[in-house]
Design a binder for this molecule. Structure first.
Ligand SMILES: O=C(O)c1ccccc1N[C@@H]1O[C@H](COP(=O)(O)O)[C@@H](O)[C@H]1O
Length: 226
């Protein structure tokens, strides 16, 4: 079996210290908290600030937002102090650039992908977004634009030359090896695939995800050393 360089791992939609600790114990590089009232993973700002303090310097902290207004961004930046603002709505390239300037934070722009044509949209965001996140399109009628556990056809990324990206959408312990092998992402972002119910992270599924990823990827030298 071939091996693959391990992408960085962001586990998103966390709301408990126990789930955060499970992710960090397995070497997860990034944790995500959702600030979007319609999501079952929404965390109020005060609770988010406590979770952020719990993470400390152990991992990057990203807040998932959907078309946030300036007032919300200002509160998130001041009270939670994340590393990254994830923009998972219909934000224009201009707005993404403005968010970076206003907050002084890294940004990750999510783009919904259904087929190869959608990848053309990446170019406009590349100069203004810190990172690009490729997610599946939300199913019709879904209340949330992400976190739906659906994937797109990862094979369209195999020969794509549009630059580094983070992959999300329906990644779980059973398909993470395929995701990495087929799409070769710089990072992977997982939410509902490690849950027992919407918004409820399942510690054993978190461990299964990392077990599957470790089995599929070539450990980097510094990881092999310990
Ligand atoms: O997780 C949510 O509830 C959410 C709400 C609004 C926007 C984005 C959201 N999550 C993001 O969706 C993707 C994929 O999630 P999944 O693994 O398919 O469940 C991921 O980037 C989350 O950050």
């Amino acid at each position: 079996m071939s091996s693959y360089t391990r992408p960085f791992v962001k586990i998103c939609g966390l709301s408990t210290e126990a789930a955060i600790d499970a992710v960090l114990s397995r070497g997860g590089e990034e944790v995500g908290f959702v600030s979007f009232a319609r999501s079952p993973r929404h965390v109020p700002i005060e609770a988010m600030a406590r979770l952020r303090r719990h993470v400390g310097e152990r991992a990057r902290v990203t807040i998932v937002t959907v078309d946030p207004d300036d007032a919300l961004l200002a509160r998130l930046a001041a009270e939670v102090r994340p590393d990254t603002i994830q923009l998972h709505g219909g934000e224009s390239p201009e707005r993404v650039g403005e968010v970076a300037v206003r907050t002084g934070l890294d940004t990750m722009k999510a783009l919904s992908i259904a087929g190869p044509d959608d990848l053309a949209r990446v170019a406009a965001y590349r100069p203004v977004a810190g990172r690009i996140l490729l997610d599946a399109k939300a199913p019709k009628g879904s209340a949330i634009p992400g976190g739906n556990g659906v994937s797109f056809d990862w094979s369209i990324l195999a020969a794509w030359t549009g630059g580094p990206f983070v992959l999300s959408g329906g990644i779980n312990p059973d398909n993470v090896a395929d995701a990495v092998r087929v799409a070769r992402p710089a990072g992977i972002d997982i939410s509902s695939g490690v849950e027992s119910a919407p918004g409820v992270k399942d510690i054993s599924r978190i461990h299964r995800l990392f077990d599957a990823l470790d089995a599929a990827t070539l450990l980097e030298p510094e990881r092999q050393a310990s």
